[in-house]
Write a protein that binds this ligand. Structure first.
Ligand SMILES: NC(=O)C1=CN([C@@H]2O[C@H](COP(=O)(O)OP(=O)(O)OC[C@H]3O[C@@H](n4cnc5c(N)ncnc54)[C@H](OP(=O)(O)O)[C@@H]3O)[C@@H](O)[C@H]2O)C=CC1
Ligand SMILES: O=C(CO)COP(=O)(O)O
Length: 324
């Protein structure tokens, strides 16, 4: 039995906390406010983020970060743009020997750093792990079969932690490609925005498949250029998550792309990490020597430089070239 602290009581944090708690670990879920923690404690549900799912009876929910002080592992599960400030708030309570599991998928707008880049400046990197792969929170919370990747610098550490955090339905594969795993999760969101826009424009399933395949090429060149491994991009955290996120309006990034085109974005639009990451993703692609026309189209549409229609026309008008 492990003692696990989960920071962030949104959809993904709650789903992971529930799954780990059901697997007989001692789990503390840290909400941002006591009001949110109290609702979860009193109803046994997180209706705001995981409606209709009865949470594990042994899950402890609080807003007091001192509850983290006895945990062996701390999962940080808030949006990528918040990781620095969130860690600062809780760091005093994190035991110096605990492992820190980064679960966010994005790149910081200001610093251009991933969560690993941010935490790696203040924590010994051998304590850090990245958890990423195809996993909708509601699937994990309903204990449907899921397989994702856990990466650490040292593969033996990754194998040990993967075994500890796997459950009968949540299967963790170990990796030592921390860059590849983390960037896969960040970049697939940008491609999912493009595919969602194609859906909004009713371009058809063939166009969506083309965007997924060419988006994969952009992801692979970018990730390899940044020091990740091509094999990782073909795995769960790259191709696996790309396929999941690009094939279902259940994905918030896909849904955002679609709603952008149909002008149905709302004030309460759920988190779409790709919107905040697109510019930095494009920059990383360019650094890696990749033209990345799909990422460029997403950035230009989000910045209102092109309409979604113009973006798709411009993609089609690009000079013909060899596939590889
Ligand atoms: N949902 C999913 O299926 C998956 C999500 N992820 C990744 O996990 C990360 C979190 O996503 P998810 O849980 O879905 O997001 P949600 O929008 O569902 O929840 C975000 C949570 O973070 C909290 N939060 C937001 N800003 C801050 C802040 N500045 N300080 C403290 N807490 C804050 C929110 O608190 P409050 O309610 O008070 O605003 C909320 O509890 C993202 O990077 C996402 O890509 C990864 C895999 C699957
Ligand atoms: O990362 C996810 C699934 O693996 C969740 O995707 P969205 O954030 O687009 O909903």
């Amino acid at each position: 039995m492990s003692k696990i602290g989960v920071v962030g009581a949104g959809a993904w944090g709650t789903a992971l906390a529930h799954a780990w708690s059901q697997a007989e670990n001692s789990v503390t879920l840290l909400a941002r406010t006591e009001k949110a923690a109290k609702v979860i404690r009193e109803t046994g549900m997180n209706e705001a983020y995981l409606p209709g799912i009865a949470l594990s009876a042994s899950l402890q929910t609080t807003a007091n970060p001192s509850a983290l002080s006895s945990c062996d592992h701390i999962a940080l599960v808030t949006p990528a743009q918040t990781i620095g400030e969130v860690f600062e708030k809780v760091s005093l309570h994190i035991p110096p020997t605990s492992q820190i599991i980064l679960c966010s998928k994005g790149i910081n707008k200001q610093s251009a750093l991933t969560p690993w880049g941010i935490l790696g400046k203040v924590v010994d990197q051998t304590r850090l792990a990245v958890l990423s792969g195809p996993s909708f929170a509601s699937d994990v919370a309903r204990e449907l079969p899921t397989a994702i990747t856990l990466a650490m610098e040292n593969i033996a550490d990754a194998e040990k932690l993967s075994a500890e955090l796997s459950t009968p339905t949540l299967r963790l594969y170990a990796s030592d490609d921390t860059i590849g795993v983390e960037l896969g999760g960040a970049l697939k969101n940008v491609i999912a925005l493009a595919v969602g826009m194609a859906r909004g424009l009713n371009l058809g399933a063939s166009a969506e498949a083309a965007l997924i395949a060419r988006g994969f090429v952009e992801m692979q060149a970018t990730i390899v250029g940044q020091g990740g491994e091509a094999q990782t991009v073909s795995g769960l955290s790259g191709l696996g998550d790309l396929v999941l996120t690009c094939s279902s309006p259940q994905s918030r990034n896909f849904a955002y792309g679609q709603a952008f085109v149909t002008r149905s974005l709302t004030d309460n639009q759920p988190l779409a990490e790709g919107v905040h990451t697109a510019q930095r993703a494009l920059h990383s692609a360019r650094q890696a020597g990749m033209e990345a026309p799909i990422m460029e189209a997403v950035v230009k549409v989000l910045d209102s430089v092109w309409t979604p229609q113009e973006a798709m026309q411009n993609l089609l008008a690009r000079p013909l070239k060899r596939e590889h």
